[in-house]
Design a protein around this ligand. Structure first.
Ligand code: ROI
Length: 168
């Protein structure tokens, strides 16, 4: 266990009832020992980035405070993905039942085979930045990339649809 840190987790799914996948994943993350939920964005629908021959994605972002070190948190998220029937090692950028990514972990910067922080896709993905902006301050510093406000300015809100449904 380490000192509590803020972390932001990206959730995505485009198979097997994605809205339901994200609701169940939220519960599973909240139930982890050493993890407390601080916020959860709306759900967003967007066409697939990458190969187009797959269903639209549902995405959301979750804020937590955690005492788990980054790689331990990552392992816990992988276990949740597996419990949801995620099979790793499928087609690169192919469809998935559940994807849980650590987007940010405090001000940590790291690059290892298992984990890169901040998440390398964060800066240009509207389906990550706009939900993040719902639950994080615009002054949030993305280490090495500037503030959330600056990233939003460079990333048009394009192709994402905010779902108006109760996902509590
Ligand atoms: N595209 C969208 N819209 N949302 C995702 O979460 C997502 N995840 C992926 C790839 C295949 C890159 N495309 C995506 O892993």
């Amino acid at each position: 266990m380490v000192e509590p840190n803020w972390a932001y987790i990206g959730l995505g799914s485009n198979l097997d009832n994605p809205v339901d996948q994200l609701k169940r994943a939220r519960k599973a993350v909240t139930a982890l020992e050493g993890v407390r939920e601080q916020g959860f964005s709306s759900l967003y629908r967007s066409p697939p980035m990458g190969p187009k021959n797959q269903p639209d994605y549902i995405n959301a972002v979750m804020a937590v405070v955690t005492e788990l070190p980054p790689l331990v948190l990552l392992e816990s998220l992988h276990r949740i993905e597996q419990a949801h029937g995620r099979v790793r090692g499928g087609e690169r950028w192919g469809p998935r039942v559940l994807d849980l990514d650590i987007l940010l972990y405090g001000r940590y910067c790291m690059r290892s085979a298992q984990l890169t922080l901040p998440h390398p896709g964060l800066t240009e993905r509207p389906f990550v930045l706009y939900p993040l902006a719902e639950i994080a301050p615009l002054s949030l510093l993305i280490p090495g990339r500037g503030t959330l406000r600056e990233l939003l300015r460079r990333c048009p809100r394009q192709g994402i649809e905010q779902l108006r449904l109760d996902h509590g």
